[in-house]
Each structure stands twice: as structure tokens, then as C-alpha cells.
Design a protein around this ligand. Sequence first.
Ligand code: GLP
Length: 249
Amino acid sequence: MKLVVFETKSEIAKLVSTIIIETIKENQKLVLGLATGSSPIDTYDLLIKDYQKNHTDWSQVTTFNLDEYVGLAPEHKKSYRYFMNEQLFNKINIKKENTYVPNGLGNVTANAQAYEKLLVEKGPINLQILGIGTNGHIAFNEPGTSGDSKTHVVDLTTATIEANKRFFASVKDVPTKAITMGVDSILQAQAIILIADGQAKAQAIYELVHGKITPDYPCSYLQAHDNVMVIIDSAAASLLKPPTIQPKN
Ligand code: GLP
């Protein structure tokens, strides 16, 4: 696991957007895994600015989003599909039909299975961008999720509902279920970049880096992957142990 710690959030976005742009230049048919939440917004802004200025070509890129709330239609302003359209897809030349977000309407169990099938057909994801919840969840894989989980329907924990209520008018409006790529679906990605900022993420980052691999902190499963880069700010890194190997003077 490679760890990069910056002083500011904007430096995280600069590095992550640069990596994505360079990766598209190397592989026009990139399969890119994307996340929602507040963490990647600055990165998406920089990708849009790059598209406007440098015309990076997204026309052959395919994207897979990690998760979606159950019960929210794509047109619903709080749905993750709407978020992605607004924050990125509508502002670059990606083909909308090549952007996949789980479908939170109808028979969601069947939708989850269909999404997993699609990931296998179109995948593997070459590069997955990942956030992290304050309780150590990745995508919507809450504490207790098994490491071999595929795309599935989940009951959101009170902690996640509380953390995400800031996006809704009130806590009552936050959906209680979601459809999410599983831990194993995420670990199939060839490379993973996890981003986080702020003190609220410090404990989860500690468990990701130093904790034992346990369902109690789903982020810890990432230790089993051989190509993970963790890019965070100093507040999120504040509980990390000092390097065990000190440079010689
Ligand atoms: C949500 C999403 C996750 C995201 C996490 C962190 O619950 N399902 O994919 O990584 O929250 O969100 P934020 O970046 O807003 O802190």
C-alpha cells in the first residue's frame, strides 16, 4: 500500500486528476471506477477544467460507479446517478451509455446481480477511485460485510445515515438501503486509489493502514490488494504511526 499525505485537500485532487488524465492518455478505452460523496468533487472539477482546456478524450472511456441509494430514481437530485451527471458526465465528452451506476429502483436484488455480471463482462476496472466512510466503509460495504461479497443490497447503518444526512433536507429523507459493489467486486480492480480528508476520517484511515484485516472495518480488506494508493490530507493521517523505518542521516 502506497501512502501519500498532503497538507491540503486541493493537492489530493490535483494528484488524483493528473493520474486519471495520464491513464486515459495511455489507455483510451480505460474502465474507470468512480465514487460519489464529497471527497472526489474537487477531483471531478479538475477533470472538467482539463477537458475544457486540453480536450482529454473521454469518448471511449467506460465508468462504473460504486453504489446507489435504493428508491431514488436517476432524476432524483440526491441520487448518485444525478450526482455523477451533474458533477462530471454532463461536462465531458463521455458517452452516457458507457457510464454505469447501479439501478436502485425495482427488483434491486436482480439489479445487483445484473450489475455484477456487467462488471465481469466489461471489466476488469483498470483504475478504481474510492472514498471511505467514517466507520471504515468502502462504497456502501458497512462493518460486518464479508470479504468475498459481490454487488448486493445493504441496510445502511445509523452512522452512515447520520454522516450522509448533510446531503438531504433531514435525516428522515436519507434512504435506509443501498445497492453497492461488494468488497470482492472492488478488489477485482487492477489499481485502487483511496482518497480521504479531514479529522473525521482519521480512525478509519488508521484501521486501513495499521489495523488487522477484519469485517469490522471493511477498508482493511484493501490490505490484501497489491496496488492500492492512499492519498489523504494531514488531518486524515493524524492518527497514523510515524514511519517504522526512519531515513538514515
Ligand atoms: C458514502 C458513499 C461512499 C463514500 C463515503 C464517504 O457513504 N457511499 O462511497 O466513500 O460516503 O463520503 P464523503 O466523501 O462525502 O466523506
